[in-house]
Design a protein around this ligand. Structure first.
Ligand code: NDP
Length: 521
């Protein structure tokens, strides 16, 4: 945690001097692994200017050609996947499987998918107007210009590249500001982009602290995709509001998992352990609270504790482990506060609860029983390896408690009866609800992903999100020659008014069409 102490924020180190570099440390060992520029506001402004120039030619290419170039980027990512995985393992302390599957594989799939569908999704489409039949209306999806991406540290490859690739396929240039905690992996992505011979200024990375992100919003961008915490999200959305910059806000989550009385025990227990401890719980869609029906509660809790005991935690650069390090050291203090609050209010610590040994940042996978909504662990985002359990008497109670949250990103339902699970899913307030699975919608590039309530607005992934990367433009052309004098224009006469009045009754008056025609005469 040494590096945290020296930074007081906004790129200013504790001696009061503006720092020109940010440092990246390996969370599993505490070692300094590299430095990145602390990009100044002026440098950010120039980067956005260069991006604008690069976008002009790129935006004019047909979507097929842009897609073909994005596939070159994908190919380079796949070719260099070992390098990416190694760096993710070092800079995030995450297990190799997670680096490969949840970061590299998701990006490769997403690039392939959007390169393939973009020509169709972004094609102009005609709208058959129901009233103004004499005009032909077409909706076009026009690149916005420069899209800024501001991203967090938990999936520092997948999240920013997801948004960047979608923005690029849609014809925009991208300037990415990665988290100060994980700058090296973003610079690696940039190196791979440049190495694939793609236009250098079209995709740029500006590393730095929050101030660099704030400067990016103020540098003439046309759209922003922000992923991060609720508090920062509110500041960022306000900055966008002041400048009328449209934005997508992907903020925190507090995903509930409802285990129905008929849930399959082993499958549900394994899903809770995976959903709670994958990426050491630093996932916006982690299982953050379990509501277990009393008929299954005790058996499920016992099995979850047993499976948690089997997890291997350690430095993933040395061995295959299930649970890696805590990427951002502050999360350890947050986890400890949640546990102390819960235990002081009657929760039972079934397993975990302590920091790992050594210089690395580790926190043991933790299961808490007997939790309730007076505890912060059930109400506020944890973003760490803690799974709190609460016993419920009915599914009604579970749904009510699941919805008693200011967040609404993901939710999970486990039931042997799929149709029953689906009906419950319809009643849960969240952007996505999975029945009998966890986390996997982070990887379904064809489905919309995003939150309601304070989890944000707008969507990542899915066809609509690709279109959202573009401005919507309506072009309306006359279909048939209407003569010189349009009756809808001047002059307004008594006679034309009487005709329009009849027209109003004919088109929108009550009763049958025959009656309305009869009433005219
Ligand atoms: P933060 O909100 O702290 O930071 C997110 C990004 O915003 C970072 O790059 C940060 O830079 C930057 N930033 C900070 N201040 C400003 C500012 N004033 N203007 C512009 N940019 C700024 O989030 P974390 O990095 O701590 O990530 C954890 C959070 O992300 C969790 O709440 C989690 O739920 C959420 N998240 C949401 C996801 C979703 O899809 N909904 C997915 C993954 C995570 P710096 O790091 O340099 O301070």
């Amino acid at each position: 945690m040494g590096h945290m102490a020296s930074v007081v924020g906004n790129g200013v180190v504790s001696n009061g001097q503006a720092s020109t570099k940010i440092r990246s440390y390996a969370p599993a060992t505490g070692e300094l692994i590299g430095e990145a520029p602390n990009t100044s506001a002026e440098e950010v402004r120039l980067a956005v200017q260069r991006a604008h120039r690069a976008q002009e030619a790129w935006g004019a290419l047909p979507a097929e050609e842009r897609g073909a170039r994005i596939l070159r980027f994908r190919d380079a990512i796949v070719d260099r996947s070992d390098e990416i995985v190694d760096l993710l393992v070092r800079e995030c302390g995450k297990p190799r499987h997670e680096a490969l599957l949840h970061e590299v594989m998701v990006v490769a799939d997403l690039a392939t998918h959007f390169a393939r569908v973009a020509p169709k999704v972004l094609a102009p489409r005609e709208i058959p107007l129901h009233l103004m039949k004499h005009r032909k209306s077409t909706v076009h999806h026009v690149p916005r210009g420069v899209v800024a991406v501001i991203s967090p540290w938990n999936y520092p490859f997948q999240l920013p590249l997801r948004d960047a690739i979608m923005a690029l396929v849609a014809g925009n240039a991208v300037v990415l500001k990665p988290s100060e905690v994980t700058p090296l992996i973003a610079l690696k992505a940039k190196e791979i982009w440049d190495g694939a011979g793609l236009p250098e200024d079209l995709f740029q990375v500006v590393t730095g602290y929050g101030a660099t992100g704030a400067a990016l919003i103020d540098s003439g961008i046309q759209f922003l995709v922000f992923t991060g915490g609720v508090a920062t999200g509110k500041r960022v959305a306000a900055a966008c509001g002041e400048r009328l910059i449209p934005c997508v806000m992907e903020l925190g989550g507090k995903a509930p998992l409802i285990a129905c009385a008929d849930a399959e025990l082993e499958k549900t227990a394994r899903a809770i352990v995976f959903g709670g401890f994958s990426n050491a719980g630093q996932v916006c869609i982690s299982v953050e609270r379990v509501y277990a029906h009393r008929d299954i509660h005790d058996r499920l809790l016992d099995r979850v504790v047993e499976l948690t005991r089997e997890l291997r935690q350690g430095d993933p650069s040395q061995e295959f482990v299930d649970v890696g390090a805590i990427i951002f050291p502050h999360q350890i203090e947050i986890a400890e506060k949640h546990i102390a609050d819960a235990v002081s209010k009657g929760a039972e610590l079934r397993i975990g609860g302590e920091r790992g040994p050594g210089p690395g940042q580790f926190f043991a996978p933790t299961v808490l029983a007997n939790c309730n909504h007076t505890m912060t662990v059930m109400k506020d985002e944890i973003f760490g390896p803690i799974v709190p359990f609460m016993r419920v008497s009915t599914e009604e109670e579970a749904v009510r408690l699941a919805n008693e949250s200011h967040l609404g990103l993901n939710a999970y339902v486990y039931s042997a009866d799929r149709e029953h699970g689906r009906r419950l899913a319809e009643r849960i307030e969240a952007g996505s609800v999975l029945v009998n699975d966890v986390l996997n919608n982070g990887a379904t590039s064809d489905a919309p992903f995003g939150g309601i309530k304070q989890s944000g607005f707008g969507r990542a992934m899915g066809d609509d999100a690709l279109r959202e990367m573009c401005a919507t433009k309506h072009i309306s052309v006359d279909r048939i020659p209407m003569g010189e004098k349009d009756p809808l224009q001047f002059p307004y006469t008594e006679k034309s008014y009487a005709w329009f009045k009849k027209g109003l009754r004919l088109m929108f008056g009550g009763g049958s069409l025959a009656k309305r025609i009869g009433d005219l005469f």
